[in-house]
Design a protein around this ligand. Sequence first.
Ligand code: RP5
Length: 181
Amino acid sequence: MRASRKDLPTSTISPSPSLLPQPLVAVTMGSDSDLPVLKPGLELLTTLGIPFHVTITSAHRTPLRMTEFASSAVVNGFKVIIAAAGGAAHLPGMIAASTPLPVIGVPVKGSTLDGMDSLLSIVQMPRGVPVATVAINNSINAALLAARILGASDDVIREKLEKYASDMGEEVVGKARRLED
Ligand code: RP5
């Protein structure tokens, strides 16, 4: 049976009620120190007109909050989750273990190990629990991948992605021409 918002326990993490459109992408991070890495991706989601909800859930510091967030994501109307974490970056994988939604992991580069610790923690998931891992600190690709997942069944988003790719190509050609002049 499909639960409605009023059936949810009060502790369930859900977007604040508002007149804004239903957020399609849930973005979470292990710490507010990850936010600067996520900012470019959030800006791109805004540019693409994709409504999103941002929060902080830590696999280690707030394990119950993380599980509530992940297990209520479907009923909260999200279609894709972006999860960023650094160090022993278990957040994306633990979220993927608690939801059937696609989870995109963003490895955040910390002050040691050049982000390799985060990358390997996120990418080396066991068979059966997938996380789509983007490059270290690459929240732009996380946003684009989320948009592609949504765009598979949304013509408006897909057209925006096609324009994004075309603008990017034109920018490269413009730079090449200026170099050649
Ligand atoms: C991880 O630990 C977070 O995702 C962050 O990247 C890292 C450091 O967190 P803070 O000590 O800056 O809060 O869980």
